[in-house]
Design a protein around this ligand. Structure first.
Ligand code: GLU
Ligand code: MG
Length: 463
């Protein structure tokens, strides 16, 4: 192990000073150093104002074993992640935000660095950074946004969760029943630099949704951590329990975290390269190739975007969550939807929506996988086939086969097998991140082997 003095990490002294000043201006006494782990949980350690200058210059220690911890705090056996060894939570100072829901506290999002001051191979945020760099090398800058569906629940005297209301989709009664919650969410997100675009009650009892404005992909993943933290905290302060689990109640609609993605020119920042005015759906050839790459790798991608046992209860036909590998214009049963553009801004709003994403994902892994697959499609010119304008579940088996519309993996194990067989994604992850992810996720599957498969409520309070 090398001593810190031998390590050449770059410390931006001016940024450290201005961060410390921002703490003092906002009476911050405790700062959370957060990261999203292999299992998709947001974890971290908090540093006092007094110890902050030192922590900003040397990071915060974390045992390597945490990368092999599953969401139920069961440690898995993974090479290089045993009881010996440390990494550092290395804060990205540009992510500093005062927490509007936690007085006198702020947060930073961290990369994981090894003791030589290099990005650690198992760091999910670095996996996304590498995918971004590959995009930039090809002249691309991607923007993304997540749509967050969540369930508001209350507990009964036995401690069981129930949806808080029985209202219907987009119901104005539900808008009123949630009281100040949407305004509190909007204000809390805006205070953290995240622009909430819409709020509405969703299809299921207790289900609600917020969407946020798109941002460059690393920031979009950071924003997703902010959104998850904020939804839970603000709901709790309003007397609700918010769950972002993919399928909080087996008999009700699931919670998606659909990703909208667009590809822009690195050199001409205002140019959305996914747009083509001449195309019937307003998409460029490169955007179709991006979709082709997503579809080609989709069974493996879903291992990273729908990564819990609970996820596969959500991916059912005719629930608007998507269950088939296909794409189509405004088709809510297709895994990839070509989203119709905004009147007045067709160029700026051209994007594709990936529906096979939920909030049990690590957003750095999810966006990294989406970029890796999409860029492969662009590089190889992969054609996505014909767009589908009907619900794939209404086609006969023979028609689906003829159009090469396969069902998505039906379980976490099936998705993990697809990931193991996908050389591109495995290589992009690297052996250490891949082994940790596989071990953690296989252990989750094993955790539910002896219980009724529908009963994955253990995830309810975790996401
Ligand atoms: N709740 C659906 C899902 O699980 C999505 C509904 C919608 O189209 O917004 O993905
Ligand atoms: Mg929705």
């Amino acid at each position: 192990m090398r001593s810190n003095s031998a390590v050449a990490v770059q410390v931006d002294e001016a940024a450290v000073e201005s961060l410390l000043a921002a703490c003092d201006e906002n009476a911050v006494v405790l700062v959370r150093f957060l990261y999203c782990d292999t299992g998709g949980l947001i974890r971290g350690k908090s540093v006092s104002r007094q110890a902050l200058r030192s922590a900003l210059r040397s990071g915060v220690g974390l045992t390597v074993a945490m990368a092999a911890m599953n969401p139920f705090d069961q440690l898995q056996v993974v090479d290089g992640m045993g009881p010996v060894g440390e990494v550092r939570l290395w804060p990205d100072l540009s992510t500093f935000h005062v927490l509007p829901y936690a007085p006198h506290q702020a947060a930073l999002f961290c990369d994981l660095y090894d003791l030589n001051g290099q990005p650690w191979e198992a760091c999910a945020r670095n996996f996304l950074r590498r995918a971004i760099a590959r995009g930039e090398a090809a002249g691309w800058r991607f923007e993304a946004a997540f749509e967050n569906e969540f369930t508001l629940a209350v507990t009964d005297t036995s401690g069981s969760f129930h949806p808080f209301d029985e209202t219907v989709c987009f119901s104005s009664i539900a808008m009123q029943a949630v009281g100040n919650l949407p305004v509190a969410l909007l204000q809390a997100l805006e205070a953290q630099g995240v622009s909430m675009q819409q709020y509405y009650p969703e299809l299921s009892a207790g289900q609600h949704e917020i969407s946020v404005r798109h941002a460059p992909v690393l920031q979009a993943a950071d924003n997703q951590l902010r959104a998850r933290e904020t939804i839970r905290a603000i709901a709790q302060q309003a007397g609700f329990h918010a769950s972002l689990a993919p399928k909080p109640f087996a008999n009700l609609a699931g919670n998606g975290a659909h990703v909208h993605i667009s590809g822009w020119s690195l050199d001409a920042p205002g140019q959305n390269r996914f747009y083509d005015v001449a195309d019937r759906f307003g998409l460029s050839q490169e955007a179709y190739h991006f979709i082709g790459g997503i579809l080609a790798h989709l069974p493996a991608v879903v291992a990273l975007t729908c990564p819990t046992v609970n996820s596969y209860l959500r991916l059912a036909p005719q629930t608007w969550a998507s269950a088939y590998r296909c794409f189509g214009p405004d088709n809510r049963e297709a895994a990839v939807r070509i989203a119709s553009g905004f009147w007045g801004d067709p160029q700026g709003s051209a994007n594709v929506e990936i529906k096979t994403v939920d909030n049990s994902c690590n957003p750095y892994l999810a966006l990294g996988a989406i970029l890796t697959a999409g860029l492969d499609g662009i590089k190889k010119g992969i054609e996505p086939g014909d767009p589908l304008s009907v619900d794939p579940a209404t086609l006969s088996e023979a028609e689906r086969q003829q159009r090469r519309i396969d069902p998505l993996p039906r379980s976490l194990d099936e998705a993990l097998a697809a990931l193991a067989g996908d050389a591109l994604l495995r290589e992009a992850m690297g052996p250490m991140l891949f082994s940790a992810f596989e071990a953690v996720k296989r252990s989750e599957s094993a955790f539910f082997v002896d219980v009724d498969h529908d009963d994955t409520r253990a995830y309810f309070s975790l996401f």
